[in-house]
Write a protein that binds this ligand. Structure first.
Ligand code: XUL
Ligand code: MN
Length: 343
């Protein structure tokens, strides 16, 4: 039994398409994913706007809401909740150069239309959060945008979302690069600063994804801690990453067990989840994985998180205090290694 409520997105079960090869698994219908998510023990689903309403660009505002209500009924059928809706602003021709920080007024307006429709969809699904993964908000050519002006545009766009709905929370998912070269919200520190500059900072928080922190050369647990201190860790995307290369979305804990332990530890120590925050598993199956067992990476990630919760519960705080008092961090470190290795 876990203290956490786990979620995943429909994109976490995919065909295995990558830059060097096509899909290797058949497309799984959305309802089948919901059914299986419930079976493996997830509590909820994370959505991109067009995961929930695929043809939304060609639909009226009312039709979008009606379609999303049907999706909510399907979720209810499987006892799942919707955690968040994220406008997918990186696929459309209108957002080739970003949305909220695009140089084109028309593209900015399109991004705002999608952001507001995402809020409508979130309301229809019963989700309290909008997540902004700012995929193309930044530059490929550094001189193509004025970064000061564009960070202002990002803040304006969030203010506009907050004004559109007086309850919705906006969570920014930091990531330093990929697909963009230089992104405007690369770390949790950037997200906290943007939050503070909005009209309602209490409604603007962060999502920390383990792999994104590692790509920024930072420690995921420390990044979580930073947002927790400001009461702004609205969600997490647990996964893992082998160093600074392409975004891998490996199963949680498979590269750095100690790093994963410290993420679970900081979440447990600071009562993450007490205000309804959930634990997203933004993990990708290896391309080699066969369709018969293509939820294994989600199940493994959840199991590792839960096993680490047990390690956190066993963590000897008295011994930690003794090591701290004696400034014997070598002893403390070895204790952690023995705890993790079951010695
Ligand atoms: C991209 C990423 C996304 C967001 C949701 O790296 O992590 O899946 O989590 O849009
Ligand atoms: Mn993510």
């Amino acid at each position: 039994m876990s203290r956490f409520k786990f979620t995943a997105g429909p994109w976490n079960v995919n065909e295995g398409v990558e830059a060097f090869g096509p899909g290797v698994r058949p497309t799984v219908p959305m309802e089948e994913k919901f059914k299986k998510f419930a079976e493996v023990g997830l509590s909820g689903v994370q959505f991109h706007d067009d995961d929930a309403v695929p043809d939304m660009n060609n639909m009226s505002e009312k039709a979008i809401i009606d379609y999303a209500k049907d999706v909510k009924a399907e979720l209810d059928k499987y006892g799942l909740v919707a955690e968040f809706v994220a406008p997918r602003l990186w696929m459309d021709p209108h957002t080739t150069d970003g949305g909220f920080t695009s140089n084109s007024k028309e593209d900015y307006d399109f991004a705002m239309w999608r952001a507001k429709r995402s809020i409508d969809i979130a309301n229809a699904l019963g989700a309290k959060n909008i997540v902004l993964w700012l995929a193309r908000e930044g530059t490929l050519c550094a001189e193509s945008k004025d970064p000061v002006e564009k960070i202002g545009a990002l803040i304006d766009s969030i203010n506009d979302m907050l004004a559109y709905d007086d309850k919705i929370k906006v969570l920014i998912e930091s990531k330093p690069n990929e697909p963009i070269d230089r992104s405007y919200c690369g770390t949790i520190g950037h997200v906290m600063a943007v939050s503070a500059a909005t009209k309602d900072p209490a409604r603007v928080g962060a999502v920390l994804e383990s792999a994104h922190a590692i790509l920024a050369g930072l420690d995921p647990a420390n990044e979580m801690a930073f947002a927790l201190k400001f009461g702004k860790l609205g969600s997490v995307h647990l996964n893992d990453q082998n160093g600074c290369r392409y975004d891998q979305d490996k199963s949680f804990g498979v590269e750095s067990l100690r790093g994963a332990f410290n993420q679970i530890k900081v979440l447990c120590d600071h009562n993450y989840g007490a205000n309804g925050e959930m634990v997203g598993l933004d993990v990708k199956a290896m391309r080699t994985q066969k369709p018969e067992d293509q939820y294994r990476h989600i199940q493994n990630s959840m199991k590792i998180a839960m096993m680490l919760e047990e390690k956190v519960a066993k963590f000897d705080k008295a011994f930690q205090a003794k090591c701290i008092a004696e400034r014997n961090y070598e002893a403390l470190e070895m204790y952690v290694m023995e705890l993790l290795m079951g010695a």
